[in-house]
Write a protein that binds this ligand. Structure first.
Ligand SMILES: [Zn+2]
Length: 424
């Protein structure tokens, strides 16, 4: 039996909070037929929850990497693992995402093709509650940062390389700078592409309707990314007010990815960082919080992406951590949630997933209201997307007042059983 009616006390539609419930959300087929105040005369609900919102969008993850794998030597060795092992990791990661309420993952690049492979597997399944948007293999310069996620190209190979990526990828990833050096507290090396080269990548991708996401930290790289007019800046450490103004003006999005740097700061013993690095990390994170709050005030389009797969950043829970980092930086919760729901879908020309009559179902059910306690985002009871309906609670313990236990899960098995390799 499918869920036809959900009673909720509060819901967030992707941009606005509706508190004056209870509401009755009626689903017909794979769309929301109506939302109306729940009254004593309303039809009985199949399930009652405190809170509903659209499925979450993870804007930056690497599905082939296991963020829970902490040992540095093991992480290096993993990059030589067999494709079957990497694909198994991606399956586990997709499952972790679903359980965290993530229904869309943008994979930010891998050179092994696992992002395309897992996307293909998920597309084979009906119904499926999560979709992967793949960047395939990103672009970088030879001998520069990003070999795990990108192919090396020369400037004269840009047009052909972008066309090749766009044949199979929803996004074009570019490695523009190196990573943050925590020992020195800055970014190593000059940008990998100049303004003209990067603008050519952006223009070629845009001609094929593909947004560009650009790995970039440090002022030199940020200046290039902004001048080239990329679609989104990923990481963006060492941001400045001046660059944020330009980003707002040019409508360049920002996925600040607090999580990987926070993980380094929180577990220095795992990272083998020398003394002094932790002060640098604290300083970098403080400045990042300040600039993310400033970005919100200036109207820069923030996107929530955790860089899951990075050391210490697990899939699914990493995105929730990221949302809480944005909140702690001073971005109001509604804006944080928009950065992980309505905004990425709009910017990527996807169906909106708005909780409103006439919209396709893509929603998550929470056991508590995150506007009372943001930690409630960690307690996803279930996901309803299209004709997929997943219940993450144990039968008989869900407290679904208006529902006999298990009816949220109609013709599908729980998420753990519904994924491609049939693990349970
Ligand atoms: Zn990344």
């Amino acid at each position: 039996m499918a869920v036809k009616r959900i009673r909720t006390e509060v819901y967030f539609d992707g941009e606005h909070l509706f508190r004056d419930g209870p509401f009755l959300v009626t689903i017909r087929g794979d769309s929301i037929a109506s939302i109306a105040p729940a009254t004593p005369g309303s039809a009985p609900a199949d399930v009652a929850v405190p809170f509903l919102m659209p499925g979450l969008v993870e804007a930056h993850a690497h599905l082939f990497l296991d963020g829970a794998l902490l040992d540095r030597a093991e992480r290096s060795a993993y990059l030589a693992a067999a494709p079957a092992r990497m694909l198994a990791t991606a399956r586990t990661n997709v499952e972790k995402c679903l359980r965290a309420g993530v229904t869309v993952v943008r994979d930010a690049g891998d050179r092994y093709g696992i992002n395309h492979a897992i996307r293909g597997e998920l597309r084979q399944r009906r119904p499926v509650a999560i979709e992967v948007r793949s960047s395939g293999t990103g672009l970088r310069r030879a001998s520069r940062y990003g070999a795990f996620a990108a192919r090396a190209i020369d400037p004269d190979g840009i047009v052909a390389a972008v066309a090749d990526i766009c044949r199979t990828s929803e996004h074009v990833k570019v490695m523009l700078t190196g990573i943050v050096d925590f020992e020195t507290g800055d970014v190593k090396g000059a940008p990998q592409f100049d303004v003209e080269e990067l603008a050519l990548i952006v223009q070629q991708a845009r001609a094929l309707d593909r947004p560009t996401l650009v790995h970039c930290s440090g002022v030199a790289g940020l200046e290039v990314a902004v001048a080239a007019g990329v679609d989104s800046i990923e990481h963006g450490f060492f941001m400045t007010r001046d660059i944020l103004h330009k980003m707002a003006e040019k409508d360049i999005a920002w996925a600040p990815t607090f999580s990987p740097v926070y993980a380094q700061w929180a577990r220095p013993e795992l990272m083998g960082l020398p003394g002094g690095a932790s002060d640098n990390l604290a300083r970098i994170l403080d400045a990042h919080r300040e600039h993310v709050a400033m970005a919100h005030r200036l109207g820069v389009a923030l996107l929530a992406g955790s860089d899951a797969g990075s050391q210490g950043v697990d899939h699914g829970s990493g995105l929730i951590d990221e949302l809480l980092h944005m909140l702690a930086a001073g971005v109001p919760l509604a804006a944080v949630l928009t950065s992980a729901t309505a905004r990425p879908r709009r910017r990527w020309a996807m169906p909106p997933a708005r909780i409103a009559a006439g919209q396709g179902t893509d929603l998550i059910l929470l056991d508590r209201c995150p506007f009372d306690d943001p930690e409630a985002l960690r307690e996803v009871r279930g996901v309803i997307k299209g004709s997929a309906c997943l219940n993450f609670t144990d039968h008989g313990t869900s407290g679904m007042a208006d529902s006999s236990p298990g009816t949220v899960l109609h013709d599908n098995k729980p998420a753990v059983n519904s994924l491609p390799d049939g693990r349970s």
